[in-house]
Write a protein that binds this ligand. Structure first.
Ligand code: KIV
Ligand code: ZN
Length: 522
């Protein structure tokens, strides 16, 4: 049996990052790009360089690592965008320019105000320009699933003739259904002469919850590249989820007769890294990587599982990198055991990071009896923020009484050991602590969202707090962890304050976190 390979094109850093509240710092993007490379994705779409100087720098920094995966950047059909992508991605031995233009009647009439022929001309000249810079060119007719089939075939034919090596068919608004999408691909196979000469790709959004099903319909009909994101993050309801589509192909290999290059045992750690960085928590019942994905509660299921795990389990937890043991480490565990567990959980880290995380682990082990994998993951997720000053939380004292204002006394310390202390009273302990932090640092924030999540079980479980705030009209996100939820919130808040202060010191204008670039500048 000849098994065909499907390329996995990850767009977590481009389409995923465009989701509200998902934008990332350069450091976070680099970390995710390394995790994606370790996962062995074929192509990393690192961003949209023309969207802002920050986006350009991030794509360039990712490409300059020369990780091994192909690094791709997105461009509209214009000279400036295309040249910017080339400048940003060329540092990677394997690089790709991805150009797109909308083709559906609704986009032609209301967004582009361009006629059909004009769009084809624009696409052809842009692909030709991109081709003069780089061999690997992807073209996407945006809103393809709502484009007239005969016109779509015409556009795709022209794109191939102009030099596109991959043609991607996006279901931009998540509108199609599997049988209809299958017909669209069959139509293109039949009506586009040179379609066999290029890689046909699929890019689905999840507005009706069918992004994975539609992507699978496309590969069944001949697509050999799937565009997807970790945890399915992305515009609106998100994109096709990488972990779901990859495990569907692997688990039902006899049906699809396809394979991918993904190291599936890296799926769970990668999912945790992306959730930790974006603050978008994974629902418990999420397929593949949710907490309940491999949990069996019903007695009858447990009985079956004990006889033979395949009674109720179609994948092994270890296939996706879930090798959780319940109670892992304790107060007396040494650095070596800690490092080993961190690595088993899939966190790549250097000595400096391990040393910092080990100190946090020791503090936690003093305060909490049982240390679970979730605790270690939480420490690793926050290792970056808690180590970057200028201010560090030295102590936090809270007094609160029913019916009275809460009082927070916060002590901050800087790199040189200088301390500042402030007490504030407000309607609740979190409010009082945040007020004290603002007064101490003279950075005023508006809190937009406060999310609390517990990564493990038990009354002494840690709290992971993620905050979304606004500063001078721009959005920021921060995360913090502690067994004291006010302290976790304060760490998250201070993380944002520190980021703003660092940028002010560098003389940089703060970068907005919600630069919704997808449709705005097109
Ligand atoms: O959803 C979409 O159409 C896109 C394209 C730019 C590929 O993200
Ligand atoms: Zn998209």
């Amino acid at each position: 049996m000849n098994i065909n390979n499907v390329k996995i094109f990850d767009t977590t850093l481009r389409d995923g990052e465009q989701a509200p509240g998902c934008s990332m710092t350069l450091r976070e993007k680099l970390k995710i790009s390394q995790a994606l490379n370790d996962l062995n994705v074929d192509i990393i779409e690192a961003g949209f360089p023309a969207a802002s100087p920050g986006d350009f720098e991030a794509v360039k920094a990712i490409a300059d690592q020369n990780l091994g995966a192909t690094i791709c950047g997105l461009a509209r059909c214009n000279e400036d965008d295309i040249k910017k992508v080339y400048q940003a991605v060329k540092g990677s031995d394997k690089h790709r320019i991805h150009v797109f233009v909308a083709t559906s009647a609704i986009h032609r009439e209301y967004k582009l105000k361009m006629a059909k022929e004009e769009i084809i001309k624009n696409a052809v000249s842009s692909i030709s320009l991109a081709k003069s810079l780089c061999d690997d060119i992807e073209f996407s007719p945006e809103d393809a699933s709502r484009t007239e089939l005969s016109y779509l075939a015409e556009v795709v034919s022209a794109a191939i003739e102009a030099g596109a090596t991959t043609v991607n068919i996006p279901d931009t608004v998540g509108y199609t259904v599997p049988a209809e999408f299958d017909r669209l691909f069959q139509y293109l196979n039949k009506h586009v002469r040179d379609i066999k000469k290029i890689t046909l790709s699929v890019h689905c959004h999840n507005d009706l919850g069918m992004a994975v099903a539609n992507s699978l319909a496309a590969v069944n009909a001949g697509a050999r590249q799937i565009e997807c994101t970790i945890n399915g993050i992305g515009e609106r309801a998100g994109n096709c989820s990488l972990e779901e589509v990859v495990m569907a192909i692997k688990t039902r290999e006899e049906y699809f007769n396809l394979s991918t290059n993904i190291k599936t045992e890296r799926l769970y750690p990668t999912s945790r890294i992306v959730a930790g960085i974006t603050g978008i928590q994974i629902p418990r019942n999420k397929a593949i990587v949710g907490e309940n994905a491999f949990a069996h509660e019903a007695g009858i299921h447990q009985h079956g599982m004990l006889q033979n795990s395949s009674t109720y389990e179609i994948m092994r937890p270890s296939d996706v990198g879930l090798s959780k043991s319940n109670l892992v480490l304790g107060k007396h565990s040494g650095r070596h055991a800690f490092r080993k567990r961190v690595e088993e959980l899939g966190f790549p880290c250097d000595d400096e990071e391990i040393n910092r995380a080990f100190k946090e682990f020791k503090k936690l082990a003093d305060a909490k009896k049982d240390i679970y994998d979730g605790d270690i993951e939480a420490i690793m997720m926050n290792a970056d923020e808690s180590s970057a000053g200028p201010w560090f939380l030295k102590s936090l004292k809270i007094t609160s009484n029913t019916g009275e204002l809460a009082k927070a006394t916060v002590c901050l310390m800087d790199d040189n050991g200088n301390e500042k202390i402030k007490s504030s009273s407000a309607s609740g302990p979190v409010n009082a602590a945040f007020q004290a932090l603002e007064e101490l640092t003279e950075v005023r924030l508006t809190l937009k969202k406060f999310d609390l999540h517990s990564p493990t079980i038990g009354a002494d479980a840690q709290g992971e707090v993620s905050v979304n705030v606004e500063h001078k009209g721009q959005s920021y996100r921060g995360a913090g962890t502690s067994i004291d939820i006010v302290e976790a919130g304060s760490r998250a808040y201070l993380g944002v304050i520190n980021r703003i202060l660092r940028r002010q010191k560098q003389g940089l204008k703060s970068r907005p976190q919600n630069n919704n670039i997808h449709h705005a500048p097109i």
